[in-house]
Design a protein around this ligand. Structure first.
Ligand SMILES: NC(=O)c1ccc[n+]([C@@H]2O[C@H](COP(=O)([O-])OP(=O)(O)OC[C@H]3O[C@@H](n4cnc5c(N)ncnc54)[C@H](O)[C@@H]3O)[C@@H](O)[C@H]2O)c1
Ligand SMILES: O=C(O)[C@H](O)CO
Length: 312
């Protein structure tokens, strides 16, 4: 069996060696331009069109959780990957615990008013503020898939009411589940901290806009861990200005790296990280890929297959 590998920024040698160790019976090679030799599977991130075009592959693995980039490539290059070649993505592979750490630390930061205390500190003011109540700190998670449901579970032990919104209803112990566009309004009503973990699809682009933000609780907080295009930046800035939204923590942006003149950089109530909420971890990712390939080869059912029409 042959596997070709392409990632624009990962250390290919490291990955190839680790893949060979995990699958000693497989020939793994880094794909380079002009390599038209046959392969069974391709492991990719932002692949050149010619890497996949015309190949008869048994499967393609995206080396991340989100497949918006490769689906975007397929929509502009329809011949890049035949419709019957399955596309897979990474499910969790260590990203769940990273998202949990990110979300829990930031929710606690806001809940214990560290943002307010930092602002007071900058004015050299010694002042004790009123405590917030857990009951006033409902956390609502947009997207209750692999990562959203892990984040939801991690917030429960801290005593916050937790709810999620997804395409279909979920049964997650202790978490209130809302489903579909018709229940979005109820989900938003009373949500104090909004965490976004939706995939980027035509249905979810621009979802976090003025209308949605207006339905949140007063002095709410927004955390975007999914994709920048979910948030209408001008609407978020306006909601911060009006006080409707008290703070935002953003990991992802419509344009990355965030341009130097973007007003989010200087906003005192916006914190940000450079798309690091969850990294692809080689050991876990390779375990998932090798396990999935073994099952595919045995003709067994696997998870992680992308529904190309649905967009995630
Ligand atoms: N910032 C980062 O470092 C980073 C890292 C990994 C993943 N991500 C992002 O996180 C996203 C989520 O990952 P995942 O593995 O949990 O995905 P997933 O496919 O397991 O979950 C997606 C969830 O969104 C819901 N959903 C999709 N479309 C919907 C719609 N129109 N209405 C309501 N609900 C809808 C689904 O029902 C599901 O609950 C990825 O697509 C990726 O963009 C970001
Ligand atoms: O989708 C993912 O896995 C991360 O956001 C990396 O882009």
């Amino acid at each position: 069996m042959d596997i070709i590998f392409y990632h624009p920024s990962f250390n290919s040698d490291y990955w190839i060696n680790a893949l060979r160790k995990a699958m000693p019976q497989v020939h793994v090679r880094a794909w380079t331009a002009g390599d038209n030799a046959p392969a069974d599977y391709a492991l990719v991130w932002h692949p050149p069109v010619e890497m996949l075009k015309g190949r008869k592959l048994k499967g393609v693995f995206a080396l991340g959780a989100g497949v918006d980039a490769i689906l975007g490539q397929l929509s502009t290059n329809p011949g890049m990957l035949a419709d019957d070649i399955p596309l897979f993505r990474l499910e969790d592979t260590g990203m769940g615990s990273q998202m949990q750490e990110y979300a829990v630390s930031q929710v606690l930061h806001w809940f214990r008013r560290f943002d307010d205390y930092q602002a007071l500190k900058l004015q050299s003011r010694w002042q004790q503020l009123e405590e917030y109540e857990h009951t006033d700190f409902t956390v609502g998670i947009l997207g209750a898939g692999v990562l959203g449901s892990k984040v939801a579970e991690s917030l429960l032990p801290w005593g916050f009411p937790v709810r999620c919104w997804s395409r279909s209803r979920k049964s997650l112990p202790g978490i209130q589940s809302f489903a579909g566009p018709e229940e979005l309004g109820d989900f938003l009503q009373g949500t104090r901290v909004l965490i976004n973990l939706l995939p980027n699809t035509p249905e979810t682009v621009g979802l976090i806009n003025q209308s949605l933000l207006n339905q949140l609780a007063e002095h709410s907080y927004v955390m975007n861990l999914a994709r920048g295009v979910h948030v209408v930046e001008a609407d978020l800035l306006a909601a911060l200005e009006s006080g409707k939204v008290k703070g935002a923590m953003l990991d992802v942006f419509s344009h990355e790296p965030l341009p130097a003149d973007n007003p989010l950089w200087a906003h005192p109530r916006v914190a940000m990280t450079p798309h690091i909420a969850a990294f692809t971890r080689p050991t876990e990712a390779i375990e998932f890929i090798s396990h999935t390939i073994s099952k595919l080869e045995r003709g067994e059912t696997v998870s992680g297959r992308v529904d190309r029409v649905r967009g995630y």
